[in-house]
Design a protein around this ligand. Structure first.
Ligand code: NAD
Length: 404
């Protein structure tokens, strides 16, 4: 099943379970989808054509919101699926946004920095008519960073002859970004884990984290501060494993020095991290890793999905039977979009907040979203992903029924 088919099936099931299946045809497709084809001047002087997309799934709960990815594999269906997930994520996190996503078909490894800058500027020019601080607000995603966002914000502002920082989020702090954004996704997931530890009164808690990038590394840092024993951390090259617990500081040092999280303690092959008997398994790298082949070996009690779409629909059915507690991506990684929203609020009010204030608000917001999810899941005795989808679809349907 493709990502889009998976996303639509989950949507259909959630709408059915809240007795609102009639809205499926309204929500299965984006409100607006644009394909753009635009030229970029290469360093050689040649002009090369690139293809990009922007999918605005829904603006029912607020302006569209979602990242821009640069990847040779980006395609129409992927962007549509990701934009639908964004609508659900903003609803479950209770952020006043709809959902959107964009992408450009490009291998950035083949571009110089100045070519990448021109590509970023031309893409934003190409979609300028459909975005805006009250319409649709892009952000970074795979292979785009705060640097790309700064170029895009500047280009959009130049075209409009005024500074419009709120048109895009994930900008550098020096260019109207928000403090605390780089920690937001990982810390958000860790705040949820802290809630679970307290409510279940868990002791000697262990975790394994797949990935050590922008989202995963701050999660490891915060979990260590909370006293969780992070026994394994993997990256694309291998797994660092020590049943006595890894040190965040050492992982960072090693990564800086060797470009990998270095084997510490016992050696473990990369993908074996999914099979560890830990309290919390935290996939925070790539999609589809918990699938038909790997799911039977999963032994963790909880899965907290920091990555987008790390578990397939078929694997979900097995995890549900095994009674694994699932904290799904649309809730677990919503810290990132929450602080993006704070960035937009700061841009529009001109009132810039301290990092402490940002993280305090994030902690409050994500814990509230988690508690709402937990109450529904426990009352209805349903699987975690179903609970989060029910909350998200109920809020979107409420917006339709209230507004129309
Ligand atoms: P990133 O590129 O910074 O990091 C990815 C990490 O995954 C790297 O450490 C890489 O070595 C590792 N990795 C790649 N393949 C692997 C494999 N097969 N096994 C183990 N590790 C592997 O990316 P990121 O921003 O941290 O995003 C990771 C995931 O989190 C993505 O699914 C992304 O959509 C999701 N996410 C990120 C944010 C955010 O704020 N960064 C927000 C929401 C969701």
């Amino acid at each position: 099943m493709s990502q889009l088919e998976d996303a639509r099936e989950n949507l259909r099931e959630a709408l059915k379970s809240i007795g609102k299946e009639e809205y499926y045809s309204r929500l299965e497709n984006p409100e607006r989808f644009v394909e753009v084809n635009f030229p970029v001047s290469m360093d050689s002087g040649e002009k090369k054509m690139f293809k990009g997309f922007r999918s605005q799934h829904s603006t029912l709960r607020g302006p569209g919101k979602g990242g821009i990815r640069f990847s040779p594999d980006v395609n129409e269906d992927e962007v549509k699926a990701l934009s639908l997930w964004m609508s659900l994520k903003c609803a479950v996190a209770d952020i006043p946004y709809g959902g959107a996503k964009g992408g450009v078909v490009v291998d950035t490894g083949n571009l110089s920095e100045s070519e990448e800058e021109r590509l970023s500027r031309r893409y934003i020019d190409a979609i300028a008519e459909v975005i805006g601080e009250n319409r649709d607000i892009p952000a970074p995603d795979m292979n785009t960073s705060s640097r790309n966002m700064a170029w895009m914000m500047e280009e959009y502002s130049n075209d409009n002859r005024e500074l419009i920082p709120g048109v895009i989020t994930g900008k550098p702090v020096e260019a109207f970004g928000s403090k605390g954004r780089s920690e937001a996704t990982g810390y958000g997931a860790a705040y949820i884990i802290e809630e679970i530890i307290e409510e279940e009164n868990l002791k000697d808690v262990t975790a394994a984290v797949q990935g050590f990038g922008n989202a995963a590394a701050p999660a490891v840092e915060k979990l260590e501060q909370l006293g969780v024993n992070v026994v394994a951390v993997s990256d694309s090259l291998g797994t660092a494993y020590d049943e006595n617990g890894l040190s965040y500081e050492n992982l960072v040092k090693c990564e800086r020095k060797h470009g990998e999280v270095c084997p510490a303690g016992e050696k473990l092959s990369r993908d074996k991290i999914l099979e560890l008997d830990v309290d919390f398994l935290i996939p925070a790298a790539i999609e589809g890793v918990i699938n038909e082949e790997t799911v039977e070996d999963v032994k963790a009690d909880y899965i907290v999905e920091i990555a987008n779409g790390p578990t397939t629909r078929k694997a979900d059915k097995v995890l549900e039977q095994k009674d694994v507690r699932m904290i799904p991506d649309i809730l677990a990684n919503s810290g990132g979009v929450t602080v993006s929203y704070y960035e937009w609020v700061q841009n529009r009010t001109g009132d810039y907040w301290s990092k402490e204030k940002v993280l305090e608000k994030l902690s409050e917001n994500i814990r509230d979203a988690y508690r709402q999810f937990r109450d529904l899941r426990d009352e209805e005795e349903i699987y975690g992903r179903e609970g989060a989808y029910r909350i998200a679809t109920s809020k979107i349907v409420e917006a339709i029924e209230t507004r129309e």
